[in-house]
Design a protein around this ligand. Structure first.
Ligand code: SPQ
Length: 430
């Protein structure tokens, strides 16, 4: 598709669409709990639809009346062997978290995905789940998809120190631990998003979390709940950055999820000296209304325990850094290489083709600020990565002349189906 260029400014209010991580988990917890779960404001992105279809195939009745989703949970032991292999689409979260659930169910399930997901490593979940007693076979030693899981009705609790900072691996082990005999201990490398732990408690489960350690007793039974999904800060990030870098912009973003394990981008924006205001904050819903205005920015350093708190925002933060004054250094983010694409290489290639100066490194990027972006010579391809597509669409707003063709733009449906409608709306308000 041809991207909109040369924006004269973005203005107005936007209610940010539902959080993808919480949407997946609301379906999963609802499906393994007993009783009705009612979900408000779920994200109907393709990744979440993959999760919904997978649980329907496992025998769960899930209704969508266009307003709320109702999951008729019958308890985890009532999930049944699917008739065919489950299509996980593009979704790492669906695949890895579902693996933890399937690990304790005594039947065989095969999971497959699209070209991007089939390149992503699944050994990170297969290893702890095999230690607990599940049989898991995938392609190559990295256990890539298609992968077959034969669960065990007698999972054993383990003590597991995560070798990578990953909420998906932590969550897979927690889901398996709920079904195991004994107390499972999971120790994180860095603190990652806490949605699984929090929602487990919301669904009546038990978990003891202290800093990076979680203790999960086995044999748990959960109860259906009413869930309201807050807006996704990872989707809001595109508008936060657009509001800061596109001249003459002023945006108010409502319903932005502010779980503290996800708010690293707000700290970066503040460190870069930009104008960000928190207008309202709802501590119960864990959501806030944020306001941003076009600002002068300066370079910063992003590393260490901040990385898992903004891992999915790094592509759009890289664009932000190209517009600051001075250098921005991103370190400790090697995990970017195993996302929907190698987000270090793909971000650097896409923005450099538009005139940026980004040096990819083994675990991050060195970004020179103050670069003027132009239309690239060739089309830019998302390579199936929604966050690359949205980052390039925001970068295009800064380009004054020419045309920018985005190939495989449909990848954006993964997490933000109304992205271009929202861009249109914010562009019309001048
Ligand atoms: O689900 P998927 O494809 O892995 O999605 C991504 C994304 O950009 O939307 C990563 F590519 O988000 C992950 C995130 O990076 C979602 C997630 C979760 O919901 O638990 C955790 C993070 O992944 P990880 O590997 O660090 O656990």
């Amino acid at each position: 598709m041809k991207l909109k260029i040369n924006s004269q400014g973005l203005k107005g209010h936007l209610k940010v669409p539902g959080d993808k991580s919480i949407s997946h988990r609301s379906i999963m917890f609802g499906s393994i709990a007993k009783g009705k779960t009612i979900i408000h404001d779920i994200l109907r992105g393709e990744d979440v639809l993959s999760t919904i279809e997978a649980f329907r195939a496992l025998g769960v009745e899930i209704e969508d009346d266009g307003q709320v989703i109702t999951v008729h949970g019958q308890g985890i032991s009532k999930l049944k062997e699917p008739e065919k292999a489950l299509d996980m689409g593009n979704s790492g979260t669906s695949t890895r978290l579902l693996s933890g659930i399937l690990a304790g169910l005594p039947f065989e399930t095969t999971l497959f995905g699209d070209d991007s997901l089939s390149k992503r490593p699944m050994d990170r979940v297969a290893t702890p789940l095999q230690m607990m007693g599940a049989e898991i076979v995938g392609q190559t030693d990295k256990v890539k998809l298609p992968m077959t899981i034969k669960g065990s009705a007698h999972l054993k609790a383990i003590d597991y120190v995560l070798p990578v900072a990953s909420a998906q691996v932590k969550s897979a082990v927690i889901f398996a631990a709920l079904q195991a005999e004994g107390l499972t201990k999971v120790v994180e490398k860095e603190k990652t998003r806490s949605h699984t732990e929090e929602m487990l408690v919301q669904f009546g489960g038990e978990i003891k979390v202290s800093d990076k350690t979680s203790l999960v007793p086995g044999g748990q039974k959960l109860m259906g709940q009413e869930v309201t999904v807050p807006g996704d800060i990872s989707s809001a990030a595109f508008w936060l950055v657009a509001g800061l870098v596109v001249e003459n912009s002023e945006l108010i973003l409502e319903n932005v999820g502010i779980n503290e394990t996800r708010t690293g981008i707000l700290e970066v924006i503040q460190a870069m000296g930009s104008q960000l205001e928190i207008l309202e904050q709802d501590e119960v819903a864990k959501a806030a209304t944020l306001k941003v205005k076009a600002s002068q920015l300066k370079g910063t350093e992003i590393s260490g325990d901040l990385i898992p708190r903004l891992i999915d925002e790094l592509p759009i933060i890289a664009l932000l850094a190209t517009q600051g004054e001075g250098k921005t250094i991103i370190r400790d983010a090697a995990e970017l290489k195993v996302k929907e694409t190698d987000r270090i290489a793909v971000v650097a290639d896409a923005l450099n083709s538009m005139g940026a100066n980004i040096e990819p490194t083994d675990d991050g990027m060195i970004i020179q600020g103050g670069t003027k972006l132009h239309a690239p010579e060739n089309a830019i391809n998302t390579l199936g990565d929604h966050r690359i597509g949205m980052m390039v669409a925001i970068a295009a707003l800064l380009v004054e002349n020419g045309e920018i063709e985005l190939e495989r733009a449909e990848a954006i449906q993964t997490s933000y189906p109304s992205f271009f409608d929202d861009l249109e709306k914010l562009s019309e308000n001048l």
